[in-house]
Design a protein. Structure first.
Length: 471
């Protein structure tokens, strides 16, 4: 996959924040379930939802039902109370009753419709995957709180899809009905004002390491970026100005591998045929920042093709499907060019990238499931290993899966937890929204704790972490 002269080659090491990382070559440490490489370090226990006062407990005992599903009902009230949704509403309310008594309700298998509108092999694959996921917890008599948090949270959204008859082709009203469409469209419409300013900056980024670093910073921080110090004449501005903007954005980074990221991107730029994936998280403004990053990667020559890895069905409210990405591009390209000239021009560029095959969308149900990413199945893993030169992993839920949602020591090196097993070179862009992490600088962690009691869950702090990928 990687030449010996490239960044992350097996014969070279790179030192960053006193951490030297090498490409992993060990094959002895393999997952018994998949045969994939595992983290180099002993795998700790997973997060459960049993402890009051934790974000996991609040999520599964209250927030999913009282906040998320209640809002979902309110945003779809007319449809849910229509005759064609009668069965769906009954099952939806039954799911809510289970969550209302999460501590005592035992888990069951996901159920599949005989009228599922997908091909038989796709249904059989997903049914087998979910049976494999849930069987240990069902055998153990686990409840919504005693099973691992990552499992029950993803499971809740898959149960919602089941309840609504999302795949039931016999009911045209519920078939492929997205219960989060109202929320996602609101996010899309509200994204434009913030994006207009950002997209003006994206096209002025230099085709240098600093340009990649800033595009990645936009994708990480979004509208938290301080654009007040952006140069008026950006085309002729010195690189020092862009470095100053980056320094301002880095203030709340608890680990920063931007140098490793830009070194890798320079290798791909020089090579001229880079293939980069973005494992997407949310629709709305965050998706626009992902598109802006992909825009810069193509325009600057770092990538020849960018593939967006997207969810296979609605999940986690705002998570992006292919249709959400296409709708975003269509919306931006149709904006008033006088009112939103930069957003409109970006939409036209993005549509051209899609038409020319420079941007590719790929949905997969793996991205909607709670398996740790070291359990990634073929052909997805084989495709990333053989094709992808660098994968950006966006967002908190994806990050939790990189770590198996387990209690790693906060200072455990990202390379030994993730970089050693992931199928290709990987860059995580994450703002912290869950009580799990690794590879964070100890002094920075202590600083964050001193500044904010909720430093792990409120998105104020972030990381840019790079791993080499498995050999």
């Amino acid at each position: 996959l990687l030449e010996a002269t490239s960044a992350f080659a097996p014969t070279k090491t790179y030192s960053n924040h006193h951490l030297t990382i090498m490409r992993s070559t060990s094959s002895a440490n393999t997952c018994p379930k998949t045969g994939n490489p595992l983290p180099n370090l002993p795998i700790p226990d997973p997060l459960l939802s049993l402890t009051p006062g934790t974000w996991a407990y609040d999520t599964m005992s209250r927030r999913v039902n009282e906040d998320i599903l209640q809002r979902t009902y309110e945003e779809n009230e007319d449809a849910f109370n229509s005759p064609s949704f009668a069965t769906a509403l009954e099952r939806f309310n039954k799911l809510r009753s289970e969550l209302d008594d999460a501590a005592n309700t035992k888990l069951r298998h996901v159920q599949f419709e005989s009228t599922d509108g997908r091909s038989a092999d796709v249904v059989a694959r997903e049914e087998a995957e979910w049976k494999s996921i849930m069987q240990p917890y069902i055998d153990n008599g686990d409840t919504w709180l005693s099973a691992p948090w990552l499992v029950t949270e993803f499971y809740a959204y898959r149960r919602l899809i089941e309840a609504l008859g999302y795949y039931d082709k016999s009911n045209s009203d519920t078939f492929m009905y997205d219960p989060f469409l109202v929320a996602k469209r609101a996010g899309l419409l509200s994204s434009v004002n913030s994006a207009e300013n950002m997209l003006e900056k994206i096209v002025s980024l230099p085709n240098t390491k600093e340009g990649v670093a800033l595009a990645a910073a936009f994708a990480l921080w979004g509208n938290k970026m301080d654009l007040s110090i952006w140069p008026a004449d950006s085309e002729n501005a010195s690189l020092d100005v862009f470095v100053n903007i980056l320094n301002a954005a880095d203030e709340n980074l608890l680990h920063d591998d931007t140098d490793l990221l830009t070194e890798r991107c320079e290798v791909l730029r020089e090579r001229g045929d880079g293939k980069i994936d973005i494992i997407v998280d949310n629709a709305g403004f965050e998706l626009v920042t992902d598109l802006a990053l992909a825009d810069h990667l193509i325009a600057s020559g770092v990538a020849q093709v960018v593939t967006f890895q997207l969810k296979g069905h609605p999940t986690f409210v705002s998570d992006a499907l292919e249709k959400d990405l296409l709708e975003t591009v269509e919306h931006y390209s149709s904006l008033d060019p006088e009112k939103y000239p930069n957003a409109h021009a970006a939409g036209l560029r993005w549509q051209k990238y899609l038409d020319e095959g420079k941007w590719v969308c790929h949905e997969d149900n793996f991205w909607c499931q709670p398996n740790a990413m070291w359990e990634m199945p073929n052909p997805l893993r084989a495709d990333l290993k053989e094709r992808c030169d660098l994968a950006f992993v966006k967002g908190d839920a994806n990050y939790r899966r990189l770590l198996g949602d387990r209690y790693w020591d906060y200072s455990a090196p990202f390379q030994d937890v993730v970089g050693c097993y992931f199928p290709c070179p990987v860059c995580s862009l994450r703002t912290l929204k869950a009580e799990v992490g690794c590879g964070m600088d100890e002094k920075q962690v202590e600083r964050a704790k001193g500044l904010d009691d909720e430093w792990m869950v409120n998105g104020r702090f972030g990381v840019v972490q790079v791993g080499t990928g498995a050999e």
